[in-house]
Write a protein that binds this ligand. Sequence first.
Ligand SMILES: [Mn+2]
Length: 319
Amino acid sequence: MNDVARIVKRIKDEDGRIGIISHFDPDGDAIGSVLGMYNFLKKFKKNLDPILKDEIPYLFKFLPGSDEVKSSPAEYYDLLLLLDASDITRTGFDNLKFGDLVRIDHHKTGTNYSSFDYLNENAPSTTVLVLDILRSYSEKDITREVAEPLYAGLLTDTGGFRYSRDFSMAFSAALYLSGKGIDCQEIAQKIFLRKKLQVFKLLALALETLTVVEDRIAYIVLRKEFFEATGTDSSDSQSFVTYPLSVDDVAVGIKFTEAGDNFWKVSLRGKNRVDLAEIAEEFGGGGHKNAAGLRMEGDENTVVSTVLSRILKALKSEK
Ligand SMILES: [Mn+2]
């Protein structure tokens, strides 16, 4: 039996409690994976919890099922489905108890748990891998409520079909999902064209920090005071790393976000020159070659210079 068939059988065989979970600070792919799986399995299972540690950003709240997501897990799950997360710690919960674990993911880094892992780092999104599972489970039950979140994950994780390791996988999944009664234009509009005015005020402050280093790296800094001044939070800046990455000739774009006292979240995006997942991993983070993240303690100057010098070193040795 291959990975997909094994996982489908394991889910079908489960009569107990099933949890569906993804990473903290959920993005479109995390939310889409959880909701796509949840809306599908609802037709077959009773004891089913979709769980996300952090609130769903308002841009994704239109997705069916988003108001049913729980912010804390039950005491025990007979079966836990971990989606778009390289490791159980990425859920943000340290009290998860479960029997078997299924991991479906496209991150390059991470822990292998069992024969119930379905991992493919070439996949454009985790929702595409979830789609493989659901197609094998029951094609006719992939209804609009299932297809819409899956498409949203694919759309956002490819940056609107701008980047992917495997475009044929991305386009064939998109073609399949578009035949399931979803309105692709409306979904794109809801996700990309509904920003609040405060988000632009935040962007304006962030862009004032835009700095280019040796013509190869560009970065922005999001300080706590920016969020306070504009009435926003870090989920409003999820897409901002595109701006430093968009600078001509720059190979790596970085966003530093102040997430606490002396605590920073660092998002790295690349143009296929260095392996950012490898660099993020050195600092306890992870991700993909061209999109990775890490967390670091220290003051702004220390964190910025530590990350910059590591990436400059990688860029120089890559030449
Ligand atoms: Mn993803």
